[in-house]
Design a protein around this ligand. Sequence first.
Ligand code: NAI
Ligand code: MG
Length: 350
Amino acid sequence: MKTFRLNVIPGDGIGVDVIREGRRVLDRIAEVSGGISFQYHELPWSCEYYLKHGKMMPADGMAILRDCDAILLGAVGFPGVPDHISLRQLLLPIRVEFDQYVNMRPVKMLPGLNSPLKNETMDFVCIRENSEGEYCGKGEWKNHGQADEMVMQHSIFTRKGTERILRYAFEYAKKNGKNHLLSATKSNALNYSMVFWDQIYDEVRQDYPDMTSAKMHVDALAGYFIMHPDRLQVVVASNLFGDILTDLGSAMLGSIGISPSGNINPARKYPSMFEPIHGSAPDIAGKGIANPMGTFWAISMMLEHLDCKEEADQIMTAMQHVLREGKAVTQDIGGKASTTEMTDAILAVL
Ligand code: NAI
Ligand code: MG
């Protein structure tokens, strides 16, 4: 029997609902597999925690978090606590300090999804830089409240950070039988960061002569997502561009509640973190109607990362079964089921 130790951060809003259901799926997987089990260490770090303690996690939070096989996160952020606090005091430190420099986000149309693009072939992956770039948090705010007030928001692109994400994307493509890669740029307007990104891209691609690859300005690429999703295989993008493109990718599947996100430390020196791509959705929090699929898909990615491919596939198969039946799906994808009812249906298949 192999026991995986999971640090679980439900967070805020619907994060709490979807993680509760995610644990039910994991428990069922453990039950049916017979060979694996999960030990959960649930951490209350959230905006509620911030309002009580003045910080999103305790001072030794990162040490506590490190001690596990993987981290499962719901979402953080709630009205009353500025979003940059929940992001900068919890999410970003985890991604940066645990060197989770790859953010892996599949965009795959599952049969049964009722999106306007449901008849398109869509099975690609976005690989987003996750540790620097536009989200480095550096800048300056001068002359508060004055007529000459100004802010500067910097980006940091290092050779190491840029090269490793581009190389990871090419390697991923090669290992997964994909022969086409697109790099998102905007070097016409961003005359330092994206010119540099393009230059490193040109260097790295030399090592992959069998791969066809191209760069595309991110605005054009957004249009391309909609017009030609069937032509996409691997998309590599900076932190900000990848963030935006992958919300688009999830919406193309029919709802932002569907897609997962893996924050990966490829060296496996630190734990990787898995989460749905959506946020805490204050507008539907507490209503019991959040789509839990993004979390289940994230759990499937986590199991694959933990070398439990068979169990990972079982979750995807069960989800697709429920989608195809179409009876127990949540409102955002055209059904009437609650979060719990949709989970019940998936558990029944499992
Ligand atoms: P959001 O993803 O929470 O919500 C956007 C829209 O999608 C809302 O209408 C919401 O109801 C809907 N939605 C999201 N997830 C859904 C689900 N599972 N099922 C059905 N509908 C769903 O993004 P928003 O509104 O920009 O941000 C809300 C809060 O979440 C903010 O505080 C933000 O900072 C935080 N956030 C946190 C993230 C994280 O923890 N990784 C990621 C994105 C946002
Ligand atoms: Mg986002």
